[in-house]
Design a protein around this ligand. Structure first.
Ligand code: SF4
Ligand code: SF4
Length: 151
């Protein structure tokens, strides 16, 4: 029961079904959103996965946006995508590992529909992610940018 002073239960309390269908739509630029952020700790593992030095990875694949390190998109497809899949796998950047359970996508059912289900064919399909799993993913995403998050 909800009411004044009683917080509304998160809409995903019973979990969310999601299973990646490997369509790679989330590895493509969507409108103005083309940013894949790379944390300091992610540089060396990703470079290793690519078989190049960290310095070369920074020079060839990265640029900055508003002071943050991001991948440099030269086409609409992520530069770490080889047409088959992510070349950084299993060391994908945190935002890719935690997708689609980002805090902003969980704000409301409507946000989920607009920001995820509208283009991700894995949304609402396959495995049921529990509330605890979803919260853990969203927290990891928030903490990667120094923020705290609670459902
Ligand atoms: S858009 Fe969804 S189904 Fe397609 S690759 Fe991304 S997570 Fe997987
Ligand atoms: S880093 Fe990998 S998973 Fe993330 S957008 Fe690029 S290709 Fe996709």
């Amino acid at each position: 029961m909800t009411g004044p002073g009683r917080p509304k239960a998160p809409w995903y309390l019973e979990g969310i079904r999601f299973e990646c269908r490997r369509c790679h739509a989330c590895c493509r630029a969507r409108g103005e959103y083309v940013f894949v952020y790379i944390e300091d700790a992610e540089v060396a593992p990703i470079a290793k996965a690519l078989g190049i030095s960290p310095q070369r990875f920074l020079e060839e694949f990265c640029t900055t946006h508003e002071g943050e390190r991001v991948l440099r998109f030269e086409t609409e497809l992520c530069p770490l995508h080889d047409g088959e899949g992510c070349r950084a796998h299993p060391f994908k950047p945190v935002q890719c590992r935690t997708w689609p359970f980002w805090p902003e996508n969980l704000e409301s059912r409507r946000a989920w529909e607009e920001k995820v289900a509208s283009f991700c064919p894995g949304a609402g399909k396959g495995r049921l992610w529990s509330f605890a799993e979803i919260v853990a993913q969203a927290r990891e995403m928030a903490e990667s940018s120094g923020e705290t998050w609670n459902p």
